[in-house]
Write a protein that binds this ligand. Structure first.
Ligand SMILES: [Zn+2]
Length: 117
C-alpha cells in the first residue's frame, strides 16, 4: 500500500507507475507486472477517488461549523472548487492504490518479460 501511495510498482517498488502526469506505463520495466489492464479494471479507482474527495469535503464542512473562519458563501465556493479539483489531483493515487489492492488480493497478475532483469 505504501508503494501505491508513492506511485511505484506494487510488486517490486522499483518503477514509477506513470511516464507522464496522467499516462500510466504499460508495465514495470523491473519485474514485468502489467499496469494497464482491461477496460473497466480501474472502476474501483473511481470509487476510491470519490470516497477520498467526499470524505475530505465532509471533514472540511464539519470543521467549518466548529470554527466558522469565513462566511458561508465563501465556504460553499471553497467546497465547490475543491470538489472539482481534488478528483484531478487524486486521480493518479487512486489508480495506484487500486492497483496495490488488486496486487494484494491477486499477486500473480499478468506479466511481461522484464526489460532490465
Ligand atoms: Zn515492478
Amino acid at each position: 500500500m505504501l508503494r501505491g501511495l508513492r506511485l511505484k510498482c506494487p510488486d517490486c517498488g522499483q518503477t514509477s507507475l506513470y511516464g507522464s502526469f496522467f499516462k500510466m506505463k504499460h508495465h514495470c520495466a523491473h519485474c514485468g507486472l502489467v499496469f494497464e489492464r482491461e477496460q473497466g479494471y480501474f472502476i474501483g479507482a473511481l470509487y476510491i477517488n470519490v470516497i477520498a474527495t467526499e470524505s475530505l469535503l465532509l471533514f472540511l464542512f464539519i470543521a467549518y461549523y466548529m470554527t466558522r473562519p469565513v462566511s458561508e458563501d465563501a465556504l460553499y465556493m471553497i467546497l465547490f472548487s475543491l470538489a472539482l479539483i481534488l478528483p484531478l489531483i487524486f486521480f493518479r493515487h487512486s489508480r495506484s492504490l487500486w492497483l496495490s489492492i488488486d496486487h494484494i488480493v491477486e499477486p500473480n497478475a499478468k506479466r511481461v518479460e522484464p526489460e532490465d532483469g
